[in-house]
Design a binder for this molecule. Structure first.
Ligand code: SF4
Ligand code: SF4
Length: 206
C-alpha cells in the first residue's frame, strides 16, 4: 500500500479526483474533506462522538461567576454560555459551581462517509473544531486501509490543516511520517495547471 498526501485547500479536491481518475489502472482510495463529489453508492456512514463539553443549566445557575473564574480556557461567556470550540471538558467549572448547575455532554465531533464516486472509493470526513484530529486521522486512515483491495492500492489523502505534526513533529516541509509522497510545497497545494507533472511524478513511482 502506498500513501500520497496532497496539501492545500480548495482546488486540491478537484485535483485529487482528477489524479485518481488518471490512476484508474491501479487501485486507488481517496481520503478527502467535505466535498461535492458525485455519490454513486454509499458504503458506510459513521458519526464520531468523542468529546466531552460543559453545559450550564441556566435554570439552576444564579450567575455567581465562580465557573467563569475557574475556567482557564476562557470558554464561559459573561452570559454563562459555554463556547464548545474552547471548552476542553476539564472538570474545573464543574467543581467550582456551588449549585450543581454544570454538567457534561459527549458531543458529536466528526462524521465519516464512505462512498463510491466514478468507481473510486472515497472516505469523506468532516469534523468539529474541537475534534482530536490526531486520533481522528488515524481512524480515517484505518478505514481507507480496509478499503484497499491489495498491496498495490494507493491512498491519496487530502492534507489536513492544521495537522498536529504540521507544527510539532514535521521536520521537513510538508513531510508526513506515514506518507510515501507529499505533494505541494511549503504546505501550498500544487496548482491545477501542474497536474500533468503531478500525475507524471506519481506514475514514475508506481
Ligand atoms: S469544562 Fe473546563 S474548559 Fe470547559 S468550560 Fe468548564 S472549566 Fe472551562
Ligand atoms: S458557578 Fe454555577 S451558579 Fe455560579 S455562575 Fe457558574 S454555573 Fe452559575
Amino acid at each position: 500500500m502506498k500513501h500520497v498526501i496532497v496539501y492545500g485547500n480548495g482546488p486540491t479536491k478537484e485535483m485529487m479526483l482528477e489524479i485518481a481518475k488518471r490512476m484508474k489502472k491501479k487501485p486507488v482510495v481517496i481520503i478527502i474533506g467535505e466535498s461535492n463529489l458525485k455519490v454513486d453508492e454509499v458504503l458506510s456512514y459513521e458519526e464520531v462522538y468523542d468529546s466531552k463539553k460543559a453545559i450550564i443549566n441556566l435554570d439552576k445557575c444564579d450567575r455567581c461567576g465562580e465557573c467563569l473564574k475557574a475556567c482557564q480556557k476562557g470558554a464561559i461567556s459573561k452570559l454563562f454560555k459555554v463556547n464548545w470550540d474552547l471548552c476542553e471538558g476539564c472538570p474545573a467549572c464543574y467543581y467550582s459551581c456551588p449549585l450543581g448547575a454544570i454538567d457534561f455532554k459527549i458531543v458529536k465531533s466528526g462524521e465519516i462517509r464512505v462512498f463510491i464516486s466514478d468507481g473510486i472509493p472515497i472516505v469523506e470526513y468532516t469534523y468539529a473544531p474541537w475534534m482530536n484530529r490526531y486520533v481522528f486521522v488515524r481512524h480515517v486512515r484505518d478505514i481507507a486501509k480496509r478499503l484497499a483491495t491489495d498491496e498495490n492500492t494507493w491512498i491519496i489523502e487530502e492534507g489536513w490543516h492544521p495537522m498536529p505534526w504540521a507544527f510539532n513533529v514535521r521536520v521537513d516541509g510538508c513531510d508526513d511520517s506515514e506518507a510515501n509522497l507529499v505533494l505541494g510545497s511549503g504546505c501550498q497545494p500544487p496548482s491545477l495547471k501542474d497536474l500533468d507533472s503531478v500525475v507524471r511524478e506519481l506514475e514514475v513511482m508506481i
